[in-house]
Design a protein around this ligand. Structure first.
Ligand SMILES: O=C(CO)COP(=O)(O)O
Length: 128
């Protein structure tokens, strides 16, 4: 299971808190984590192994989108900050569009991400 993790600055703490809540289930599972650069640094500091791409505004969102288009991702969790402006908004929209085009599950808020992670970690532990 290959999971991409992205969080805007106002949501990075939420991302770390969210992942930490699943730490026990994630560490033993067959899961590879990918993240945009700064998000990935936060995730690493929380004790997870993660493959870091470029920072979002410098092309990281576009790299994640390319992975999604090439079917190299199974899930994207993107905690967007809807109350902030982003210079790379076109890349953000592109990533979400690509996920829809290729039917990649995409969670853009905490509640959705929790539902998906509960299902995925349960499935993995049941050998599905
Ligand atoms: O900008 C982002 C998502 O659009 C995230 O990028 P960083 O993880 O590098 O902050």
């Amino acid at each position: 299971m290959r999971i991409a993790l992205i969080a805007h600055d106002g949501k990075k703490a939420d991302m770390v808190h969210f992942l930490s809540g699943f730490k026990d289930r994630l560490l033993g599972a067959d899961i590879r984590l990918f993240a945009t650069g700064t998000t990935g640094s936060h995730i690493e500091r929380a004790g997870f192994e993660v493959e870091k791409l470029m920072s979002g505004p410098y092309g990281g969102d576009a790299q994640i989108a390319a992975m999604a288009a090439e079917k190299k991702l199974d899930l994207v969790i993107f905690f967007r900050d809807p109350l902030d402006k982003h210079p790379h908004e076109p890349d953000v929209q592109m990533l979400m569009r690509i996920c829809d085009v290729h039917n990649i599950p995409l969670a853009t808020n905490l509640a959705s991400a929790k539902l998906m992670f509960k299902q995925i970690t349960t499935d993995l532990h049941n050998g599905k």
